[in-house]
Design a protein around this ligand. Sequence first.
Ligand code: NAP
Length: 358
Amino acid sequence: MKRILVLGATGSIGTAALDVIRSRPDDFRVAGLAVRSRADEAERLGRTFGAPWFAGEDAAVRAVRETEADLVLVATVGLSGLAPTLAAIERGIPVALATKEVLVAAGALVMSRAKEKGVPILPVDSEHSAIFQCLGDTASRRAIARVTLTASGGPFLDGPADLSAVTPAMAMRHPTWRMGPKVTVDSATMMNKGFEIIEARWLFDVPYDAIDVVIHPESIVHSLVTFADGSTLAQLAPPDMRVPIQYAFSWPDRVPAERAALDLPALGALTFRAPDTARFPALDRVREAAAAGGTRLVALGAADEVAVARFLAGTLAFADIVPLVADVVASMPASPCDSLEAVLAADAAARAEAVRHP
Ligand SMILES: NC(=O)c1ccc[n+]([C@@H]2O[C@H](COP(=O)([O-])OP(=O)(O)OC[C@H]3O[C@@H](n4cnc5c(N)ncnc54)[C@H](OP(=O)(O)O)[C@@H]3O)[C@@H](O)[C@H]2O)c1
């Protein structure tokens, strides 16, 4: 029986996680719940699962410090996931990490603290869960030649040609995944896939130039690993976040799930193509920021949070999200960022710049 603390319990990942826990009462139990603003919903969930709940800006950190858990699911949004991730590592509690922005801003810091403490950081993102599942044993880990992240391409893969008139309602219509607003907009700009390149670099210790992106609109192949001997392994599953969430919860075991497996004849064909980086410049901008690292990566995450919020509030055009982020990143001095204080200072400076940006 694993006691799981769910941070971001009212969100898309949090709801799917509670579904997984409810479906396997002999394997998993809710140790506690944390949310930011929906306290009434947290209270209802707390009663349903017989677990303590926490609400407010610092709820996630308080929950980690005050709850006895065997695993912490970090599924809040943006940099808010960093402090609770570090708090869980400090307490020696394994982390199932959905909040990829934590590794974008502070990958070196988080992974080095986790290594020092011997705390596993388990991927929840479907692509990284796929890679994790393909890697298997340590011999395979030593022989990785390439990692290939698949991307659905988002709602604007094949149009409209002009992205300047895209509205929030249009950007929220993701073709294969139902997710929270921030990650849905990030998928539409492909910033999300850029973040996943950074996430893969830290989770699997592979250099950036060994990480590719391929467009796969069906979202059935969740990612692939090519080994030194030329073999490529892929993980396939229906596009349902409960699959990678359950694997992070049950790891290193696998437990059954009453979900329909893939029906290959019904699928018929799976397609792949190269990303159009002229139409979606986010991938190149992320690779540039990643090459500089440190404060530039913190700025990337911070500026994107502000830009997406501005777009959703109607004060920034969709086509201006990536240029704004690139401008803010370029405006930051490139320096190392290897303490929490340095990350928070760079984050605050980049946010202020992103708010000021026309
Ligand atoms: N959704 C997906 O399918 C998916 C897939 C892969 C990765 N991810 C990643 O997983 C993370 C969560 O995404 P999501 O789509 O589930 O987001 P979401 O639906 O917007 O939910 C966010 C959750 O986090 C809570 N929250 C936000 N700030 C918090 C804080 N400071 N302290 C405590 N709780 C806080 C929210 O609480 P309130 O409801 O009270 O505001 C809500 O429960 C993101 O980093 C995303 O990139 C998501």
